[in-house]
Design a protein around this ligand. Structure first.
Ligand SMILES: NC(=O)c1ccc[n+]([C@@H]2O[C@H](COP(=O)([O-])OP(=O)(O)OC[C@H]3O[C@@H](n4cnc5c(N)ncnc54)[C@H](OP(=O)(O)O)[C@@H]3O)[C@@H](O)[C@H]2O)c1
Length: 324
């Protein structure tokens, strides 16, 4: 798979990444089973064999079991750690025991960020994460605390680079003003069924359209050399129109995806990812399937380039109307 360097880092990443939010099984207190450990070994090995080298994690995924599952895979193959880029996210406090009854919340304090990284490193049985991203914006953020945490984690070698997730342009600019390290990426929801980051720009100065609150974020990230990662790049499978409650639009989109896949003699799975890859911003889709075959089918996206007509045809169907 083609690779490129994340700006302001020495990290060479594959065009697609692999996400782990369901890798540890249920989001509950049950322990990680042997079956889940073996599945994680297989899926991570498949991802790496197909050329994916960035694994996306978060301290909360399956209540820490996704970290443990990846940690298990790292223990089984001692050569694996140096082949992959481990990306963690922190800042969401889940309502796990012993906090029953407390509200879900965000926490960007020095203590929370540094403790989260320590916990993740233990679960992963490694000495460093390559990228740490703040998971969701915390309205109570005190930037001096974040700066102190980033300095501490960077100086100790526990985190090499820093990023954010689900942040607006203004939030990133404010954060960057306070922290010494460059913000190298922003991980956002982006797919054919969640496309306003891409399509809002088309509607500049049009009356009667509602802009999303992320208008201009793509341009901001490109101007500031911040890589965009797309989470749920197939809208958790909805673009394939095969769930029981699929809408007409989703089914229409699925038909078009299948037709374009046939033209390119590729898989349906490749097309929604190729749609993101076709954008010149260098978007990195994070593939989340738990099916090894589908990882193989997804990475074929790297081999194809959608034509402008195909790209706009998919956008038109996804929007439910043509561009103005
Ligand atoms: N930063 C954030 O706030 C945030 C939020 C959510 C997720 N994420 C990250 O993004 C990653 C990817 O998210 P995602 O899992 O939603 O991504 P996704 O790749 O869009 O969706 C994966 C889901 O789609 C299903 N799927 C794939 N191909 C299919 C097909 N041909 N037909 C039917 N179903 C199909 C998969 O089912 P199978 O498993 O059965 O193949 C799986 O349930 C996560 O693992 C996490 O790392 C980040």
């Amino acid at each position: 798979m083609q690779q490129y360097t994340i700006p302001n880092t020495d990290l060479s990443v594959s065009r697609l990444a692999y996400g782990t939010w369901h890798l540890g099984g249920q989001w509950d207190e049950t322990p990680l089973t042997d079956d889940l450990k073996q599945r994680a070994v297989r899926l991570i090995a498949t991802a790496v064999d197909t050329g994916i080298n960035l694994i996306d994690l978060a301290d909360i995924y399956t209540r820490g079991k996704s970290d443990e599952a990846v940690g298990y895979a790292l223990q089984q193959d001692k050569t694996l750690r140096d082949k992959i880029i481990l990306q963690e996210k922190c800042g969401i406090v889940s309502c796990a025991k012993p906090e029953f009854g407390m509200p879900p919340r965000y926490d960007f304090s020095f203590e929370h960020i540094t403790k989260s990284v320590e916990t993740c490193l233990q679960r992963l049985a490694t000495d460093r994460v390559d990228i740490l991203a703040l998971h969701r914006p915390d309205p109570l953020v005190e930037y001096e605390e974040v700066a102190r945490a980033f300095d501490h984690l960077h100086a100790s070698g526990k985190v090499r680079y820093f990023g954010v997730s689900n942040h607006t342009a203004g939030q990133i600019a404010l954060l960057q003003r306070h922290v010494r390290q460059p913000i190298v990426l922003n991980q956002v929801e982006l797919s054919l069924l969640h496309h306003s980051l891409i399509s809002d720009g088309i509607l500049a100065n049009m009356d009667g359209y509602r802009y999303s609150n992320t208008s201009g974020l793509m341009d901001f990230c490109r101007l500031n050399q911040i890589m965009i990662q797309a989470w749920s790049p197939t809208a958790s499978g909805r673009v394939f129109g095969c769930s029981e409650d699929s809408t007409d639009l989703e089914q229409q989109l699925a038909k078009q995806i299948a037709a374009i896949a046939r033209t390119h003699e590729t898989t349906d799975e490749a097309i929604p990812l190729a749609w993101l890859l076709r954008h010149p911003a260098g978007i990195q889709p994070i593939v989340g399937t738990l099916n090894a075959d589908r990882i193989g089918k997804s990475v074929l996206a790297d081999d194809i380039t959608l034509s402008r007509v195909e790209w706009y045809t998919l956008l038109e169907t996804a929007r439910g109307e043509s561009v103005p």
